[in-house]
Design a protein around this ligand. Structure first.
Ligand code: ARG
Length: 408
């Protein structure tokens, strides 16, 4: 009995894949696997009901905690891609691993997804699965299916898909973000109607939220300690009420297509803002600027679904080396849909109020006049270069010690 495992959501695409894996690919048995990364309850209801109506053997794997840990790695790396905090992208390798685990356990010979040939998800799933011995199947892509064909086929086969299909938008939700695309939103010039948003209220009102970090990891909100999953869920709900965490991006997909995406991610916005603000206090200038490049690489790899790559381990090693001191609190003000830092505190602050103060007493043996020498040198090369441009053939240093170049 040849068996195939299918990434199953109960939506139209994955529902038509069930008979197609038998008819077109010759598998006798199909099992469906749904991985919980914090989708809303209705999505599970849809998966359960459809699986039952199909007579599909259905497995559900709870990967929320593992996923939340990865989201916190993303916080440590201040990760965003073109303004998007990477919810869908980060979830895919976690989902792919979980499905592969079930497929191997259940003795499957193949593993399948219902992604189209245009998106990123096919690449993210297969990047994980192609490391196994299982046959990888992508029916929607390989058979060139269209939505219209799927609807007709489902009707013909009397498959349990909702008549009139499932709403105007294509939505992907997990605890880190809610992505909305398709329909009229495909026109970048079309302003999203308020009803695409579910997590964020129309921006109004304001409050402050204090986040505590330990070693770069969020551990408490407004003084209350929380585990990662409830902490993220709490912030989505709480900060969402103030309209925080909406982005509308022109996103460059891996295949080169530009697409218009709308996202909601209140918790990610609060945590990334607070984490960045705390780092600004405790990291040195050199750490901050070098880390920017690391963050860029981390985000690119995450977008590509390659969080399991050796280079990401190496990037994480750098990030982790910087995070011990990212311990303390940062307070953000959420107001009118914006989120900005208003306070930060850490025992590891690379900051001396005494030294930075305008009351310019000598501190640590350094007097105000000591900056004079530095000031003389500052911009020396630039002054020289400009003189050369102006046609001063032999620039000479001024002998008055000012660093100015004599023109003669
Ligand atoms: N474009 C995003 C990504 O590739 C999210 C896609 C989410 N899917 C959706 N149906 N809205 O990471």
């Amino acid at each position: 009995m040849a068996k195939a495992a299918l990434a199953f959501s109960g939506g139209l695409d994955t529902t038509v894949c069930v008979p197609l894996l038998k008819e077109e690919y010759g598998y006798d048995e199909v099992i469906g696997v749904t991985v919980d990364v914090g989708q809303p309850g209705e999505e599970f209801d849809e998966a359960y009901e459809t699986a039952e109506a199909l007579g599909l053997e259905h497995y559900v794997v709870d990967a929320k905690e593992e996923f939340a840990d990865l989201c916190f790695d993303a916080v440590k790396a201040n990760a965003t891609y073109q303004g998007y905090p990477l919810g869908t992208a980060l979830a895919r390798p976690v989902i792919a691993e979980a499905i592969l685990g079930v497929a191997e356990e259940q003795g499957c010979e193949a593993i399948a997804h219902g992604c189209t040939g245009k998106g990123n998800d096919q690449l993210r799933f297969e990047a994980v699965w192609r490391g196994s011995d299982l046959e990888v199947i992508a029916p929607v892509r390989e058979l060139g299916l269209t939505r219209e064909w799927e609807i007709e086929y489902a009707a013909e086969k009397e498959l349990p898909v909702e008549a009139g299909n499932s709403g105007v938008w294509s939505i992907d939700t997990n605890i880190w973000s809610r992505a909305v695309e398709g329909g009229k939103l495909e026109n970048p010039d079309y302003e999203p109607p308020e009803d695409i948003y579910e997590w964020t209220a129309h921006p109004e009102g304001e409050t402050t939220i204090e986040v505590a970090f330990e070693g770069g990891v969020p551990v408490a909100v407004d003084g209350e300690e929380m585990d990662p999953v409830p902490l993220i869920q709490h912030l989505n709900e709480y900060a969402g009420k103030f309209g925080v965490g909406r982005t509308d991006v022109m996103e460059d997909r891996m295949l080169g297509l530009k697409v218009r995406e709308n996202y909601e991610h209140p918790a990610a916005t609060v945590l990334l803002t607070a984490h960045g603000a705390l780092e600004d206090l405790v990291l040195t200038k050199n750490e901050r600027s070098f880390k920017k490049g690391i963050e860029q690489e981390w985000s690119e790899k995450a977008y590509q679904g390659l969080t399991f790559a050796p280079v990401v381990d190496a990037l994480n090693a750098f990030v982790d080396e910087t995070q011990d001191v990212v311990t303390g609190t940062a307070t953000v003000k959420v107001s009118g849909g914006n989120c900005r830092v208003v306070a930060r505190d850490s025992e590891y602050a690379v900051y001396s109020e005494e030294m930075a103060s305008f009351n310019t007493e000598d501190v640590a043996g350094i007097a105000q006049e000591d900056a004079t020498g530095v000031a003389k040198y500052h911009g020396l090369q630039e002054r020289l270069a400009n003189n050369v441009k102006k046609g001063v053939s032999k620039p000479e240093l001024a002998t008055d010690g000012s660093g100015d170049v004599d023109e003669n």
